[in-house]
Design a protein around this ligand. Structure first.
Ligand SMILES: N[C@@H](CCC(=O)N[C@@H](CS)C(=O)NCC(=O)O)C(=O)O
Length: 218
């Protein structure tokens, strides 16, 4: 019986969260590139795995009931893998719920807002002359970075007992606004020194660093 998890993704922040978790949790997996630039997320084969046509998604041949299990939404995948392995989600109930809160903060805030910033600041910059969207998302990204900067006061990682799925969820987005969207100056990233140092601390982990290029198109 197949035992490897199939990971369908791309080396974008949402995809990297999952490849980081798979590597850090020492899970055996098979990476499959879904090239969203070629609309591969809309094939019937992929829609059967993720009805929402977005990466990332996984197929675990040994799901919770021993049967094959498909999982979509990166935050749910992180929680699923943490639950499956017992790793990177604290066993202390208080810290566990703190971790879940920060994963949700990423899913509801960081991901959508940073993504919209990138859309208007980089990808659609020639399509929209109105300065409003860039200014709106710049303000919101800075606000969210400020929340993180405060959280990281006196902490090496988001949660007190060390590297967790909360870090895995959030740090790839900080890397993305800096290098992917080249938003460093616009966002004043140097004003968030704790966030930038934490992002580098995450990337110093060999398994995390390796995971960042899984399903890369380059
Ligand atoms: N909430 C979803 C967002 C996933 C998402 O937006 N993925 C992007 C790539 S990072 C995608 O697949 N875009 C293709 C499309 O929108 O057609 C998650 O966290 O998994």
């Amino acid at each position: 019986m197949a035992s490897k998890i199939k990971y369908y993704g791309l080396a974008t922040p949402n995809g990297q969260k999952v490849s980081v978790a798979l590597e850090e949790m020492d899970l055996e997996y098979e990476p499959h590139i879904i090239n969203i630039m070629k609309n591969e997320q809309f094939t019937p084969e992929f829609i059967a795995i993720n009805p929402n046509s977005k990466i990332p998604a996984i197929v675990d041949p040994n799901g919770p009931d021993g049967k094959e299990f498909n999982c979509m939404e990166s935050g749910a995948i992180l929680l699923y893998l943490a639950d499956k392995t017992g790793k990177f989600l604290s066993h202390d109930p208080r810290l566990k719920w703190e971790t879940i809160q920060w994963v949700m903060f990423q899913m509801g805030g960081i991901g959508p807002m940073f993504g919209q910033f990138g859309h208007f600041f980089k990808y659609a910059k020639d399509k929209c002359q109105d300065p409003y969207p860039v200014e709106r998302y710049t303000t919101e990204v800075k606000r969210l970075l400020g929340v993180l900067e405060k959280r990281l006061e006196g902490r090496d990682f988001i949660i007190d007992d060390g590297y967790s799925i909360a870090d895995m969820a959030i740090f790839p987005w900080v890397g993305c606004v800096e290098t992917g969207y080249q938003g460093g100056e616009k966002l004043g990233l140097k004003n968030f020194p704790k966030v930038m140092a934490w992002k580098n601390r995450c990337l110093e982990r060999p398994k995390t660093a390796k995971a960042m290029t899984v399903c890369s198109l380059h």
